[in-house]
Ligand binder design. Structure first.
Ligand SMILES: Nc1nc2c(ncn2[C@@H]2O[C@H](COP(=O)(O)OP(=O)(O)OP(=O)(O)O)[C@@H](O)[C@H]2O)c(=O)[nH]1
Ligand SMILES: [Mg+2]
Ligand SMILES: [Zn+2]
Length: 297
């Protein structure tokens, strides 16, 4: 090892704000900047940094196990790196969009990230209606955990072991409440980081990573209003629908668009009751939207 190598350290990004970061190192959190304009650094990234006094410079990003992101025709928005599990948080109030939930699940499937649904605020009387809106997703195999983060977040805990779990969902669903309940240090860290990085508003503005134990971490993220999947081409999109997988590659035409072609196995599966028509409709809608965007460019 040369002399230079001694001053380099490894760490993991636990908070990101524009071009400023907090990196968890062996000796604690360190505020960092990034070397150069081209290095893309995301919360959850494992990095190599150069320490200079009480600040550091991120010089390299190690290869990622996953990158959870959304993208429209114009830009890509990275949300978290190295996540192994997605927890989509919903609640009876404010009302949630099942389509947005599905879009998150599709992005996770594409990155081979496991997913689960969290139905929070079960203390609310409208909970049965919210549960019914998840039914189609439960039927195709997504696990759902029901809880009230305000009174007891424990039902989620066993599912977090060994995972880096990203909490995602619309604003107000209770992601931060859940993270704070499961990870007591989170509240303090969030307050500190907010002071260091942003205005400290109540609503989460940036993704934060909190360590649960040596093998497990929990990532809180800002509320989503939309989730575009421009980065998934037609094949990747179809593959991201887990319920389509048994039928893919079996349509009569190799380039079947699953619209109205004869011998389409997805259409046949819908007719036979093995596949939810609404899922095929969502697939078609997403694929057409992408097609239009591609033509515009
Ligand atoms: N009744 C009830 N309210 C809850 C529960 N969990 C959270 N809340 C409330 O829901 C509101 C939103 O909670 P947050 O944790 O800030 O929601 P969030 O998903 O982090 O929102 P963003 O950061 O904006 O994305 C707060 O007023 C919480 O007190 C619950 O189990 N029951
Ligand atoms: Mg929040
Ligand atoms: Zn087909």
């Amino acid at each position: 090892m040369n002399e230079q190598a001694g001053r380099h350290e490894a760490g993991q990004v636990v908070a990101a704000f524009s071009r400023r970061f907090i990196v968890e190192t062996a000796t604690g959190p360190l505020p960092c900047q990034v070397k150069g304009r081209h290095l893309q650094v995301v919360c959850g990234d494992r990095v190599e940094l150069h320490r200079d006094g009480d600040a550091g410079v991120i010089e390299a990003v190690l290869p990622r196990r996953s990158l959870f992101y959304r993208s429209d025709a114009f830009k890509t928005k990275a949300i978290a790196a190295n996540v192994t599990q997605l927890a989509v948080v919903v609640a009876a109030r404010p009302s949630f969009s099942p389509e947005l939930v599905q879009r998150c699940l599709l992005a996770a499937e594409d990155q081979e990230i496991a997913s689960l649904l969290v139905l929070n605020k079960t203390d609310l009387p409208e909970t049965p209606a919210a549960r019914a809106r998840l039914e189609a997703l439960v039927r195709i195999g997504y696990p759902v955990v029901e809880l009230s983060a305000l009174s007891d977040a424990a039902p989620l805990r066993p599912l977090l072991a060994g995972h880096a779990t990203l909490m995602i969902g619309q604003s107000g669903m209770g992601k931060s409440t859940l993270v704070n309940a499961l990870c007591p240090e989170a509240q303090v860290a969030t307050a500190e980081y907010s002071e260091a990085l942003d205005s400290g508003r109540h609503t989460t503005t940036h993704t934060r990573l909190h360590r649960l134990d040596a093998e497990s971490a929990l990532l809180d993220s800002p509320g989503l209003q939309e989730f575009a999947l421009q980065h998934l081409d037609a094949d990747a999109l179809a593959h991201a629908f887990v319920d389509f997988r048994p039928y893919l590659g079996q349509c009569r035409f190799r380039d079947c668009q699953h619209e109205r072609e004869p011998g389409c196995k997805l259409i046949e599966a819908v007719e036979a009751g093995g596949l939810d028509a609404a899922r095929l409709d969502l697939f078609r809608f997403l694929r057409r939207t992408q097609h239009r965007a591609a033509q515009r460019l």
